[in-house]
Write a protein that binds this ligand. Sequence first.
Ligand code: FES
Length: 87
Amino acid sequence: SFTVRIASSGQSVTVAKDQSVVQALLAHGIEIMTSCEQGVCGTCVTRVLEGECEHRDLYFTDAEKAANDQFTPCCSRAKSAVLVLDL
Ligand code: FES
């Protein structure tokens, strides 16, 4: 598991192995708009302020993934222990 932190509120949410970031946030009342939930459409794209993303989408180019400043929380995860999201 890893933790996502909401930059605006400082709230931390643990993301379990068997849940997506979107699911974990929703369980804490934080809703992110989704559509495909498979990393294809880009609807859920969220800016990342700190931490290292583990990109699992087909939406971003390799260069965009390497920039490490946005990710798709419907399917992507974190390599670092904490990911700070611009929410
Ligand atoms: Fe389509 Fe996340 S909902 S990429």
